[in-house]
Design a protein around this ligand. Structure first.
Ligand code: PMP
Length: 448
């Protein structure tokens, strides 16, 4: 996929430092990045500094950042309270091989925000949290199958890296019966078969699969709104129906709050949509930008975790003192009720500005949105209800938008059409104005 000649040329003119670094790094590190999502054509940007709402690249160019490390830095880059907490902890130890005392306060804070969490375990990444939660669900139910939503990303482990971004028509399977498609070479087909795929917002499809596999399904894992497919919100009544089906069929409901948690609201998407999960998974914001994740839920299930029960959960770095200190400062001091009020206000402003830019420039696009997150779906007339509708968007147009926004000093989202914009506690109204202005200019340019 490539943009029009002029905008990519401008990007190349703007970023010689990144080009040089990429040429050197990509001989040693595949793609010159350490997570594939950071790569985009013609080569990725490399950063030298992050502060507040901004990033600076190797050429000293400044960007308003709405990627925010894919939702992990809602406190804002180098938020002073988080930095101070890390500094304080550095003098007292990073990793002790015994549980540090700070973990109690953070656990209580997460439980306050998510009242359905009766017990919790910490890990390091979202991948680990969803891996352990699905294993626990299998241990609890004695069943093997896991149901996930087409297009949903829950981390790159074999069980859930299935039908993450299946390509249109070729490998998707029919609308009625989506295929289970591995997203990586090296995934054994025996494992892929244990993951069933349904559409987000499709209760009939979910019920059909549950009926077909009665007494075989351990858990349904879904986000409270589907991100990583653009922003797709649940239709009215969806989660009440999902909860009822889980109860009727004895299936655990796992809500993945890795990206939405402590972001779209203090209590994440579960709070907004009133969801009552059996288990939930967290990462990103709970670590204030450091590697920290968690999974938790009903006591009767969490008691099956080792050493209390037989479902294994290990990890040298789990709840390390540095991440716990950063996470506690982030949730208790940076993301205060006043900070959320500001984030939500700016979220409204940005959404309205983007909607107006789309309308005024007569761009064919729909905007998906949940509070401080949003996505422009180019080429769609309505915000999609599931991944398959979302994947019909014009990805080539999105790429032109992405490069144009970078050229105007704004990182509009993560680096793919299925990513979303975010807003941090350190964004200010002038940042939002700059982003809206850049969106207007970009849409005018790519339509001309
Ligand atoms: N679940 C969701 C919803 C995510 O968005 C992500 C990461 N984008 C993950 C899980 C995996 O998290 P991590 O990158 O920390 O492994």
């Amino acid at each position: 996929m490539s943009g029009s000649y002029s905008e990519v040329e401008e990007y190349v003119r703007n970023t010689p430092g990144s080009k040089k670094f990429y040429d050197s790094l990509s001989g040693m590190i595949p793609g010159g990045v350490n997570t594939a999502i950071q790569f985009f054509n013609p080569y990725p940007l490399y950063m030298t500094k992050a502060a507040g709402s901004k990033l600076w690249d190797l050429d000293g160019r400044e960007y308003v950042d709405h990627c925010l490390a894919y939702g992990a830095v809602t406190a804002g880059h180098a938020n002073p309270v988080v930095v101070e907490a890390i500094k304080q902890q550095l003098g007292r130890g990073i990793l002790m091989g015994f549980q540090g005392e700070g973990v109690e306060e953070l656990t209580r804070e997460i439980m306050r925000r998510y009242p359905f969490i009766e017990m919790l375990r910490f890990a390091n990444t979202g991948l680990e949290a969803t891996f352990y939660a699905t294993r626990l669900a299998r241990a609890v139910t004695g069943r093997k199958l896991i149901i996930k939503m087409e297009g949903a990303y829950h981390g790159a482990h074999d069980t859930l890296l299935v039908s993450d971004k299946p390509w249109r028509r070729v490998v998707l399977g029919s609308c009625y019966n989506p295929a289970s498609t591995p997203d990586s070479l090296g995934t054994p087909e025996e494992i892929v078969k244990l993951t069933l795929v349904v559409h987000f917002n499709d209760i009939d499809g979910l019920e059909r699969v549950l009926k077909e596999h009665e007494n075989e399904v351990a858990a349904i894992i879904t986000e409270p709104l589907q991100t990583n497919s653009g922003i797709i919100v649940p239709v009215k009544g969806y989660f009440e129906a999902v909860r009822k089906l889980c109860d009727d069929y004895g299936v655990l409901l796992i809500i993945d709050e890795v990206k939405t948690g402590c972001n779209v609201a203090e209590g994440g998407g579960s709070q907004i949509y009133g969801i009552k999960p059996d288990l939930a998974t967290f990462a990103k914001t709970i670590g204030g930008g450091t590697p920290l994740a968690a999974f938790g839920g009903k006591r009767e299930y969490m008691k099956m975790i080792t050493p209390v029960g037989g479902a294994v959960h290990y990890g040298t770095y789990n709840a390390n003192a540095l991440s716990v200190a950063a996470g506690t400062a982030c949730l208790k001091e940076a993301l205060t009720p006043a900070a959320y009020a500001k984030i939500m206000r700016l979220g409204d402003e940005l959404y309205k500005g983007v909607e107006n830019a789309v309308t005024d420039t007569k761009t064919r696009a729909a905007v998906g949105r949940c509070t401080m997150m949003g996505t422009i779906f180019f080429g769609l007339d309505q915000a999609p209800k599931n991944y398959r509708e979302a994947s019909m968007c014009d990805a080539a147009m999105w790429y032109r938008y992405w490069i144009n926004m970078l050229n105007r000093g704004v990182i509009p989202s993560g680096s793919a059409w299925f990513e979303e914009w975010m807003i941090s506690a350190m964004h200010e109204p002038q940042d939002i104005q700059k982003t809206i202005q850049a969106t207007y200019e970009t849409l005018k340019h790519i339509r001309s």
